[in-house]
Design a protein around this ligand. Sequence first.
Ligand code: ZZB
Length: 261
Amino acid sequence: QEYLALKCKVVRWSERAKEAISSSGKIPTDADVFMIPATLRPETMYGQTNLFVSPGISYGIFKVSDTAFYLATSRSARNMAFQGIFPEWGSAPKVMEIRGSDLLGSVVQTPLSAKGTVYVLPMDTIKETKGTGVVTSVPSDSPDDYAMTLELSKKAAFYGIDPQWVCRDMLPIIDTPEYGSMIAPALIKKLKINSPKDERQLQEAKELAYKTGFYQGTMAHGPFAGTPVQEAKPRIRQQLLDSGDAFVYCEPDGLVMSRSG
Ligand code: ZZB
C-alpha cells in the first residue's frame, strides 16, 4: 500500500504534551515537530477539519534533523527507516514516546486545508498496524471521520475534550452525481450508521465513497474545481510532494506488517 504522508507542523502543544516534551529535554525549543497522518486521498486535503490520534497508542517522536522531528507509530517509523526518510538508512532515531491521550487539544497546521490549522482529537478505532497511526479527518468525504466527528460533538465530556475543538463546518470538496457534494454524511444517513463502532456498515460506506469519489467525482473546491477527481488526484499529490509538505510512505502488506507490528 502506498500512502501519502502529510507533514502537519505542531503550532501549539496541549498542556500535557508540553510538559512531557519539556521534561524530556530531547527536543530543542527551536525545532519543528510534525504529526504525520497517512492518507490515500490527497485530493480531499482541502477539507481537513481535525487530526485524529488514538488515546491508547504510544507514539514515538523521531529525529529527522536538528530542527525537524516526526511523530508517528514506532512501527511506521521502522518502515520509514528503509525508505530514505531518516538520515541513516535502516534507523529511525526515537527521542521520546508520548501517549495519544496526551496529545489531545494540540493544534497543527494542515497543508492545503482551507482551515489552515486544526485541533488534535481522539479516535479509538485507529489501528496501530496500519499507516502511521495518525489520521487526518475529512468528514465531508470519509464516513469514518464523519461518524467520529458526530460522536465527539455529542459526547465531548465523555471523551475528555473541549467541544470547541470539534470542527463542525464542512466544505464541499468533491461533487458526485449520486450523493451530491457531501458524500460521507449522505452515506451515513443512507446506511443508517449510528456510531463509529458500526464497523461493517462503515467499511461498506468507505468502499462506496472511495469508488464513487474516484470514478464519478468532480473537484468542487480549489484550483482544480471542475476537473474530474481522476485527473486532479495525481496533480494534487504531486503538488504536496513538490512543496515539501508530504512524502511517500509505503507499507508492505502481510510479511513486514506482522513481523514488526
Ligand atoms: C484522509 C481521507 C479522506 C481518508 C477521505 C479517507 C477518505 P484503508 O482504505 O482502510 O487503507 N487511516 C489511515 N491510517 C489509519 C489507521 N491506522 N487506522 C484507521 N484509519 C486509518 O484506509 C486508509 C484511510 O483510512 C486513510 O485515508 C485514512 O483516512 C484512514 F475522504 O485520509 B484517509 C472513503 C475514504 N475517504
